[in-house]
Design a protein around this ligand. Structure first.
Ligand code: GLN
Length: 381
């Protein structure tokens, strides 16, 4: 028998796969894993077909198709008023998760500390651990999920190599304010601390608030890897395609890991998205689209026994069940899936100590008929 000592002994299968599988097994409505149940644009689908037919089917350049990187530089100019050089500041990735993995693995060494805020999206800690780093967990204060910067200041020390922020935050559904970035700038000035900013939900920000990207902050931008996802912006999570923006020196290191993780990302989809972006800036309509879904969902369940927590961004709604049960959130989520036929994600999955505030996350990126079914079930619980 071979002896295999796990490098990730605490890590099991991601909660998204667990809950989606349970939903399928029990024929439950799946509001757990975040993905839309509607189509992306017909034009975008046709463009992908066209580029496949045009035989753009061989390897793309390692950093991504130039036309797509150029379209992204143009978008950053429009949205964030910054000049990016497509050649050495933008890299197309196989989704947000790969981008995050590559950024961490190309910079973090044995013993380096990386600050992450909990609830933390579940791919951060394993990537840090595989790199030999030490995750330093800071809990966002429940139920506001604000960052306590005084606490952060206390955790930072000479071993701190990176701080990961997630804005809008999945699963906390919270967005960062300008003042948060000011604090981050103040705490990192004069240090070599890197920032990894996960902004995959950049276009899903509600109630007339605006997304405050790290890219808009001159100082912070110089030390940041900023990760984005086409999956969220174009309703194509299964295409697994995203990108990372970072200054040339960081991009250079990023690509060293990227080229030996995926080498390059699939070619026809890159051409298709590039052309689509030149034809349309329909990502500007996403906030309105998703805000309507959020409002439809919460209006439907406002008389239920769940408590509705504020949702500032992302396509998730947090519901507290503290008035319904004192079961552990994982048990409760599984029971709702099996007995009531509705699947959600228990928030304890995003804490290293499995902190349980009796909160479940529901994805509202669904058509009204599916949301209606969900609403009906939630009202009966
Ligand atoms: N980002 C999605 C979510 O939060 C899940 C992605 C995945 O399943 N890895 O639900």
């Amino acid at each position: 028998m071979i002896q295999l000592k796990s490098k990730l002994p605490q890590v099991g299968t991601t909660i998204f796969s667990v809950m989606s599988a349970l939903a399928n097994e029990h024929n439950a409505i799946n509001l757990s894993q975040g993905f839309p149940n509607y189509s992306c644009s017909e034009r975008l689908k046709n463009l992908v077909n066209e580029y496949i037919q045009k035989d753009m089917n061989q390897y793309a350049p390692m950093p991504g198709v130039y036309e797509l990187r150029k379209a992204l530089a143009d978008k950053a100019k429009k949205l964030y008023n910054i000049e990016l050089n497509p050649n050495d500041e933008i890299t197309i990735t196989a989704g947000g998760t790969q981008a995050i993995f590559s950024a961490i693995n190309t910079t973090i060494r044995e013993g380096d500390e990386v600050i992450i805020f909990e609830p933390a999206y579940d791919c951060y800690a394993p990537a840090i651990l595989l790199a030999g780093g030490i995750p330093k967990y800071i809990e966002l204060e429940f139920p506001e999920y604000e960052i306590n910067w005084t606490h952060v200041a206390r955790v930072i020390n000479s071993k701190t190599k990176m701080i990961i922020i997630n804005n809008p935050n999945n699963p906390a559904t919270k967005i960062l304010k300008k003042q948060d970035l000011e604090m981050l700038d103040k705490l990192t000035q004069g240090t070599d601390i890197l920032i990894l900013s996960d902004e995959v939900y950049e276009h899903l920000v509600f109630d007339k608030k605006t997304h405050v990207s790290i890219l808009m902050h001159k100082n912070l931008r110089e030390r940041s890897f900023v990760c984005f996802s086409f999956g969220k912006s174009y309703h194509v999570t299964g295409w697994k395609i995203g990108y990372t923006i970072a200054p040339p020196k960081l991009t250079n290191e990023f690509r060293k890991a990227h080229q030996f993780t995926v080498f390059a990302v699939n070619t026809p989809i890159q051409y298709a998205i590039a052309q689509y972006m030149n034809e349309s800036d329909d990502y500007n309509t996403l906030s309105k689209f998703y805000q309507e879904k959020r409002d439809y969902f919460i209006k439907g369940i406002k008389n239920s026994r769940f408590e509705i927590l504020p949702c500032e961004g992302s396509y998730f709604q947090l519901l507290s069940y503290k008035n319904i049960s004192d079961e552990k959130d994982l048990d409760f989520a599984k029971r709702l899936t099996i007995e009531k036929k509705i699947a959600s994600i228990p928030l304890s999955a995003f804490y290293n100590k499995n902190t349980d505030n009796k909160v479940l996350r529901f994805c509202f990126a669904k058509t009204d008929d599916l949301l209606d079914k969900g609403i009906e079930i939630i009202n009966e619980i």
